[in-house]
Design a protein around this ligand. Structure first.
Ligand code: KIV
Length: 270
């Protein structure tokens, strides 16, 4: 019989925050209950990223992702997990307009999904909003560097910080979100020396994606590291080629069906 004391406690926001310069933080994205349950055993936090627009729904970019979609997938991931902190992305158009609108939408995400924090993109320009949310009980993970929701402005997905003149802006972004109360900051698509400089300067954990091993933790899109996406960024190490495995399994299944080598009625449902 299970008791209260058997309960696995989820990783908390302060525990992630306290890992600055400590044991590296392990995180992955996940969008549904079953994969989240597998990731849960190994990750400190799981991000329900708006990359789900492309990975799960075949969208062109994250710009089309809606609040409802994030809530649907956020609920599934919370249901499938016991241990990791679950962070849900705020989709484009749900937080930029004003701190008040951001609060309303972030509160809806937290109430409906049961997640422990939200993530939003933007540095200094989002500092006021980050402060507004954190002062009202909503933990915020920030996301700077390459910010996919602004890819139309940025002219695509380009590594940030190749020119030293741009460093001051990225460093100011990191300092602004840390000062505003973000508990961690994702550094996406950034040259290593800039990621190292930001990691050294700010007192919140930096979580890198395509930003080198200098960060306090790392995140990858699960389907990228499982070899399931048709295109994978160059920096991603593929740990298993699940895509081709699925193709082989489906091919064998199709062959079984066509040759009628398929279980009969008496063999169904054990
Ligand atoms: O949406 C996402 O998956 C993300 C990660 C790439 C950090 O924001």
């Amino acid at each position: 019989m299970s008791t209260q004391t058997d309960k696995v406690r989820r990783v908390t926001v302060p525990q992630i925050r306290a890992r600055k310069r400590g044991e590296p933080i392990v995180s992955l994205t996940s969008y549904h209950a079953h994969t989240a349950a597998i990731v849960d055993a190994h990750a400190d936090f799981i991000l329900v990223g708006d990359s789900l627009g492309m990975v799960m729904h075949g969208m062109e970019s994250t710009v089309s992702v809606s609040l409802d979609l994030m809530i649907t997938h956020g609920k599934a991931v919370v249901r499938g997990t016991k241990q990791a902190l679950v962070v849900v992305d705020m989709p484009f158009g749900t937080y930029e307009e004003s701190p008040g609108i951001a609060f309303r939408n972030a509160a809806t995400i937290m109430k409906e999904t049961g997640c422990g924090a939200v993530k939003l993109e933007g540095g200094a320009r989002m500092a006021e909003t980050i402060r507004f949310l954190t002062e009202r009980g909503i933990p915020v993970m920030a996301h700077i560097g390459l910010t996919p929701q602004s890819s139309h402005i940025m002219g695509g997905f380009k590594t940030q910080g190749r020119d030293a003149e741009s460093w001051a802006g990225h460093i100011a972004d990191a300092e602004a979100v840390a000062e505003a109360g973000a508990f961690a900051v994702v550094l996406e698509g950034m040259v290593e020396p800039l990621a190292a400089k930001i990691t050294e300067k700010v007192d919140i954990p930096t979580i890198g994606i395509g930003a080198s091993a200098e960060c306090d933790g790392q995140i990858l899109v699960l389907e990228d590291m499982l070899g399931m996406n048709p295109w994978t960024p160059k920096f991603v190490r593929v740990y298993a080629e699940i895509g081709p495995l699925i193709g082989q399994a489906v091919e064998r299944y199709a062959a079984d069906v066509k040759s009628r080598a398929f279980p009969g009625e008496d063999e169904t449902y054990s």
